[in-house]
Design a protein around this ligand. Structure first.
Ligand code: PLP
Length: 363
C-alpha cells in the first residue's frame, strides 16, 4: 500500500517500519501471548522494553550520565506548569519568548513564580531570534526557559545558547518538543529539556524530560507527587503507570533511527530536506517564507502565498495529490509543511512538484 505524504505538525507521520512492526506485534509481543498494551508495567516483558528504550535514547542523543531521562505524561503544556513547580522554588525565573509556544510557557509559569521576560522577538512578529548575548538574565533567576524550535512560527535555534560563556550560571531549560531527535544536543549548554513524543518520536501521551540530576529534589510542597521530577526519577518513571504503549512505539522509532545511521545521519538528511523546500520557496514568486534565513526551522516550515484567497484551492489540490495536513496553524493562516524525521526526501520532492504546478497554473 502506498500512503500519502503527511505534513502534520503533530501528531505526525511515523516511519512505516515502526507502524508495521507495532501492528505485527499488536496481539502477541515476541511470543509472550500478550500485546504491549495488555502487559503489566512491572512485568519482565515491559521492563525489558522500557530499559532498551531508555538506553537507545541515551545512546542516540549522547545523554551524559549526570542526566536522568524521565518518561512522563501530560505533554509539553503540562510541563509548562510542572517545570516551575519543580525548579522555581516559588522565586524569580526568566523566559525567552520567540513564538506561540514559549509565550504560552511564560504565561502558565506566572501561576507558580515570578517571571521576567529576558528577551522577545515579538516585535519582528516572531520571524527572527534575539541573540543570546542580548538576553537580560537575572542573576537570581532559578532557570531560564526557551523554546528551541517554535512549531507554529517555524523559528529554530540552530546553535543552542552558550550561557556559561556569557558569564551566566542560570540553568537553561528548553522546550524541544518539535525537534527532539532530529539533531544532536550539546548537553554542556543545557540543564533540562522536555518535549512531547508525538512529532519525531511516537504517539501522543508520552512526554520525555532530560534533567541534570543536581536539579532534582526542589519541588514545591504542593507539586503533585506524580509530577515531582525526583520522585519520578527515583522510581524509574514508574511512580504511576507510565504510558506503556507510547514508550514501546518510541522504542521502535529509536531502533529505526539507529538503522538510519543515528542522529548525525538524520540531522544531515533533515538539513537537506529543509534546504530543498526553502530554496524552492525563495526562488518562487508565488510563495514566501517570512522567517529570517539564519533561524528557519528544519522541522516546521510555514509558507504563505501572495494572495491568501488561493489557500483553499492549494490545500484541496494538495490533498487530492496525496499531500496531507498542510494547513497553517489557526492563528497564522497560510500553509505549514512539517518535515520530521519520518518524512522521506520523496515526500518533500512531491510537495515541491505540486507547488510548482500550482504556481504555473496561476500564471
Ligand atoms: N511546545 C511545542 C514546541 C509544541 O510544538 C507543542 C505542540 O505542538 C507544545 C509545546 C504543546 O504540546 P502538548 O500538546 O503535547 O502539550
Amino acid at each position: 500500500m502506498t500512503r500519502p505524504f503527511n505534513f502534520s505538525a503533530g501528531p505526525a507521520v511515523l516511519p512505516e517500519e515502526v507502524l508495521s512492526q507495532a501492528a505485527a506485534e499488536m496481539l502477541d509481543w515476541q511470543g509472550s501471548g500478550m500485546g504491549v498494551m495488555e502487559m503489566s508495567h512491572r512485568g519482565k516483558e515491559f521492563i525489558s522494553i522500557y530499559e532498551q528504550t531508555q538506553s537507545d535514547l541515551r545512546e542516540l542523543l549522547a545523554v551524559p550520565p549526570e542526566f536522568s531521562i524521565l518518561f512522563m505524561q501530560g505533554g509539553a503544556i503540562a510541563e509548562n506548569a510542572i517545570l516551575p513547580l519543580n525548579l522555581s522554588r516559588g522565586q524569580q525565573t526568566d523566559y525567552v519568548v520567540t513564538g506561540n509556544w514559549s509565550e504560552r510557557s511564560q504565561k502558565e509559569a506566572r501561576k507558580y513564580c515570578s517571571v521576567s521576560i529576558a528577551a522577545s522577538n515579538v516585535e519582528s512578529n516572531y520571524t527572527s531570534l534575539p541573540k543570546p548575548a542580548s538576553w537580560q538574565l537575572s542573576e537570581s533567576a532559578q532557570y531560564v526557559h526557551a523554546c528551541s524550535n517554535e512549531t507554529v512560527h517555524g523559528v529554530e535555534m540552530h546553535t543552542l545558547p552558550d550561557l556559561k560563556s556569557l558569564g551566566s550560571k542560570v540553568p537553561l531549560v528548553l522546550d524541544i518538543s518539535s525537534h527532539m531527535a532530529s539533531r544532536s544536543i550539546d548537553w554542556t549548554r543545557v540543564d533540562m529539556a522536555y518535549g512531547g513524543a508525538q512529532k519525531n518520536v511516537g504517539p501522543a501521551g508520552l512526554t520525555i524530560v532530560f534533567i541534570r540530576n543536581e536539579l532534582l529534589g526542589h519541588a514545591l510542597p504542593h507539586c503533585p507527587s506524580a509530577f515531582d521530577y525526583k520522585i519520578v526519577a527515583d522510581s524509574e518513571s514508574m511512580y504511576n503507570t507510565p504510558p506503556t504503549w507510547a514508550i514501546y512505539v518510541a522504542g521502535l522509532t529509536f531502533k529505526w533511527l539507529k538503522k538510519q545511521g543515528g542522529i548525525a545521519a538524520i540531522e544531515q538528511r533533515n538539513i537537506s530536506k529543509a534546504a530543498l523546500l526553502y530554496d524552492f520557496i525563495d526562488a518562487s514568486s508565488l510563495y514566501q517564507s517570512r522567517v529570517e534565513k539564519d533561524c528557519r526551522s528544519r522541522m516546521n516550515i510555514p509558507f504563505f502565498m501572495r494572495d491568501e484567497k488561493l489557500d483553499a484551492a492549494f490545500l484541496s489540490g494538495a490533498k487530492a495529490a496525496g499531500l496531507l495536513q498542510l494547513k497553517g496553524y489557526k492563528t497564522m493562516g497560510g500553509m505549514r509543511a512539517s518535515l520530521y524525521n519520518a518524512m522521506p526526501v520523496a515526500g518533500v520532492q512531491a510537495l515541491i512538484d505540486y507547488m510548482r504546478d500550482f504556481e504555473k497554473n496561476q500564471a
